[in-house]
Design a protein around this ligand. Structure first.
Ligand code: SF4
Length: 142
């Protein structure tokens, strides 16, 4: 079973292969690929640093424990009607996105995230909203 914090649901949807480091991106690609290939994979919603945060590079300023990130987690979980501790399939998460999310949800809920300006995440969300599931990983690793 995978474990994801709230805002990483959106990050998984928006992921195209870019990350904070090669190791971070490789880990994210592995999780993303598994969820794309097997939407029945179980995901437990957790609070705080998760299996993606675990690969955040030690030589970069870490934001995983910052209050604003916890607030982003909470806002996105509330938006999707999910809660910490819940175990759901990835397919269920995509269904929640299709019910509650709109193309501008990334702009509204992701605050000051530095990745937002690239448009990957909105593109990926639209891919799910159009019924195509997770978009493929395209961008080169950093
Ligand atoms: S804008 Fe940032 S927090 Fe939002 S989905 Fe993209 S990478 Fe994740």
């Amino acid at each position: 079973m995978y474990q994801l914090r709230g805002h990483h649901i959106f990050c998984m949807v928006g992921y195209q292969g870019a990350g904070y480091s090669a190791e971070y991106a490789a880990n994210m690609t592995a999780v993303h690929t598994k969820l794309q290939q097997n939407p029945q994979k179980l995901v437990q919603i957790i609070s705080g640093p998760d299996m993606l945060c675990a690969k955040f590079p030690c030589d970069q300023e870490n934001h995983c424990e910052e209050r604003r990130i916890y607030e982003r987690d909470a806002a996105i979980l509330a938006f999707l009607g999910l809660h910490v501790g819940q175990i759901v399939t990835w397919e269920t998460i995509e269904q929640r996105l299709k019910i509650y999310a709109k193309p501008d949800s990334i702009q509204k809920l992701c605050g000051d995230c530095t990745w937002r300006k690239f448009g990957y995440c909105e593109h990926g969300l639209n891919h799910v909203l159009d019924g195509h599931g997770l978009q493929g990983v395209k961008a080169p690793l950093p």
